[in-house]
Design a protein around this ligand. Structure first.
Ligand code: C2E
Ligand code: CA
Ligand code: CA
Length: 656
């Protein structure tokens, strides 16, 4: 409301002024008219009396000319003849000296050269112009208003002096005043109806329009909920600050803030609480930073700060970023509840990280993603390496989508053998993707990206199908191992997918081995265990991959009857050293495998020495470059042939 009245005020000022001008103007006109009426009236009375004076008291000439004083008889005559409406009168000689005042009972007896010359009386004579004025004085609690006229006093067509006549016009004045105010009121009424009413209506309307326009303008600039800037306005502010900063060789920082766990609060406690939380969060940011004009809600639970012209570059930016994260980590009190959220923050500085608003935004956004990836509740400064990484990630994303739509994936197969006999037992299917130049991209890079962007389900299904289709043509004793990502269990009903695939490819379930990692069992253990059991029931074997790298919790081994443990290749590095930790652990794992009826595979075997140790430890299976690198399907045939030859009785005998 206050915004509205201040908006309307500028329009009302001229309106108010014009009302004043009209009122004052009307008052002056009426006043002048009244004065004029009184003047005419008084002057005519004075003229009448001047004619009467010389008629009833011809001796007045001698008095005025200073030749004699007014005798008592003449005085009495004059008193008798003076009209009742005349309050008093005075007579001046033709030099302007007072000769008779009706309020005196004796004539002026002062010597002529001593009596003062009345300036007004002499001006009447000099300029041959009547003088008129109104005079008032208090008399017995009443104000007596006198109209005073000074006119020439003629005697036989000769001006012999000046007559001043004061008429008591109190009654007339009162009557005229009443009329004056009535007229004034009517004039004002007319003016109001004719001009002011339409004017006020117009101003009210335009004021409302202006107010509405102001509101609209505010809506264009500000976020309604928090009162901070919106994205578009923030970009403009940022551009402006960047321009100013670059002229002065200074820097501007952008902080992007994302509230952690806000969505959960919004979903579980409702939008009203969510809104209140956003308001409180923005108030906290405002208190911290001080300038609302550089604070924005970009949408949802994302805020931005434009920190301009700082000199102490890194320190100022870092400390603000840390303060923001700290402030957001403190609980918010809403009603009786204490709500704990938090914030992740990414910041970037001009000109190093970007020269334009959009470049700076992008950089800060990359830093924010990094802050989230690092576990949230922290602030991260943009770094060029992040941009490189982001670009690489984007390229991978693009290659993944491209490969999916163009059948651009390939499978490699790495053989694994039984260490005691050297017999080929099967192959592990390993997915391959290449960049634009045809160079291989490591699965360690593209698998997490595929998981993040939700493509792993589709890709994994392809891998499963291709692996089964390929292996169905291998000798029947060979197994194919397929790696499963935990994310695949979310996107697909794995038992169903596997059943369908086996059916479609005509593959025997007993020849399929699925490799899962411990991380799969962390999420929703019961559901996963159920599905794994279903798979196992179908005849598929399940291997625990990368054992020894993650939690390596034995509890998983009790929870689920795995068929195989694949000991991670990191154990191979110091395996050759006598008494090394790896050797100890490996021998324990092998012993464990015997107890739990698990086959143990050693991965990443690269040397004969390692193979030797593994043989001595009584490990079951081996896989690694020493035995065979992951190979293209075309090369699998040669390995198969070789293994068939090796398994012939003659060859066996030779080996023995
Ligand atoms: P993994 O399941 O542990 O696969 C074994 C990895 O070790 C493969 O890397 C293989 O090339 C490598 N390797 C085998 N022998 C040796 C050796 O002697 N020395 C060394 N240094 N490395 C050896 P690759 O092919 O780069 O795959 C990396 C990871 O990507 C795999 O680790 C697996 O976790 C994942 N992956 C590969 N293909 C798929 C797939 O189709 N689906 C899923 N979900 N993950 C896959
Ligand atoms: Ca594997
Ligand atoms: Ca592995």
């Amino acid at each position: 409301m206050s915004a509205r009245s201040t908006k309307e005020l500028p329009g009302l000022i001229p309106l108010f002024l014009s009302v004043c001008v009209v009122t004052v103007g009307a008052y002056f006109v009426c006043n002048t008219a009244m004065t004029q009426i009184l003047r005419v009236n008084t002057e005519s009375k004075a003229r009448l009396w001047s004619e009467n004076i010389v008629r009833v008291a011809p001796a007045i000439e001698d008095v005025v000319l200073g030749r004699a004083s007014l005798d008592l008889g003449t005085q009495a005559t004059l008193r008798r003849h003076v009209p009742g409406s005349i309050h008093h009168y005075r007579i001046f000689d033709n030099s302007g000296r007072l000769r008779w005042d009706s309020r005196d009972y004796s004539p002026i007896t002062k010597p002529l050269d001593v009596a003062e010359i009345d300036a007004e009386a002499s001006s009447v004579l000099a300029e041959n112009q009547n003088v008129f004025h109104l005079r008032e004085f208090a008399q017995a609690e009443e104000t007596v208003r006198l109209s005073v006229a000074m006119i020439p006093l003629d005697y036989r067509n000769r001006t012999i002096g000046v007559l001043e006549v004061a008429v008591d016009t109190s009654a007339q004045w009162a009557a005229l005043s009443t009329i004056l105010f009535q007229v004034l009121a009517q004039i004002l009424g007319l003016v109001f109806v004719a001009f002011l009413l339409p004017g006020i209506l117009y101003l009210r309307r335009s004021g409302q329009l202006e107010f509405l326009a102001g509101r609209l303008h505010r809506n264009e600039e500000y976020d309604e909920l928090t009162g901070t800037l919106n994205r578009a306005a923030f970009s403009r502010v940022l551009e402006r600050e960047l321009g100013a900063a670059s002229e002065r060789g200074m820097s501007v920082a952008v902080h992007l803030i994302d509230l952690d766990r806000f969505q959960i609060v919004n979903d579980t406690r409702g939008h009203a609480v969510g809104d209140a939380l956003l308001k409180m969060a923005s108030d906290r940011l405002h208190k911290l930073f001080g300038i609302r004009e550089r604070l924005a809600r970009l949408g949802g639970d994302e805020f931005a700060i434009c920190q301009p012209h700082f000199r102490n570059t890194d320190d100022a930016v870092d400390s603000l970023a840390k303060d923001v994260v700290r402030a957001m980590s403190k609980p918010f009190r809403i009603g009786d509840d204490e709500i704990q959220i938090g914030a992740s923050l990414g910041h970037a500085r001009s000109p190093a990280d970007g020269k334009t608003a959009s470049e700076l935004f992008r950089a800060a956004d990359i830093a924010l993603s990094e802050a989230k990836a690092q576990g949230r509740g922290r602030s991260v400064a943009f770094d060029m390496a992040m941009e490189v990484e982001r670009q690489a990630r984007q390229d991978i994303e693009q290659r993944l989508r491209h490969a999916l739509s163009t059948d651009g994936f390939e499978l490699n197969f790495q053989p694994f053998y039984e260490i005691s006999t050297g017999d080929l037992r099967g192959f592990e299917a390993l997915l391959r993707l290449s960049d634009k130049e045809g160079m291989p991209i490591s699965p360690d890079l593209f698998i997490p990206v595929a998981e993040d962007i939700g493509l792993i389900g589709e890709i994994g299904a392809w891998v499963l199908q291709e692996s089964c289709r390929t292996a169905s043509e291998w000798p029947e004793h060979l197994v194919v191992s397929v790696n499963l990502s935990p994310a695949q269990f979310n996107s697909h009903d794995m038992p169903e997918l596997v059943r369908d695939t086996l059916k479609k490819t005509g593959m025997d379930a007993r020849r399929l081995e699925l490799e899962v990692t411990e991380s799969l069992l962390i999420a929703d253990t019961d559901k996963i265990l159920k599905e794994l059991r279903k798979l196992k029931k179908m005849g598929v074997s399940i291997a625990l991959d990368d054992f020894g790298t993650g939690y390596s919790s034995l509890s998983y081994l009790w929870l689920f009857p795995f068929d195989k443990l694949k000991v991670d290749k990191t154990f191979m590095s110091d395996l050759a050293e006598v008494g090394s930790k790896s050797r100890e652990i490996l021998s324990t794992i092998v012993a464990l495998g015997k107890v739990l009826d698990l086959k143990i595979t050693a991965e990443g075997v690269e040397t004969e020495v390692q193979a030797e140790v593994l043989r001595s430890l009584d490990c079951d299976l081996v896989q690694g470059f020493h035995y065979g690198r992951p190979m293209r399907l075309a090369d699998v045939a040669a390995t198969l042939l070789k293994s068939i030859e090796m398994t012939r009785p003659a060859a066996r005998k030779q080996r023995a």
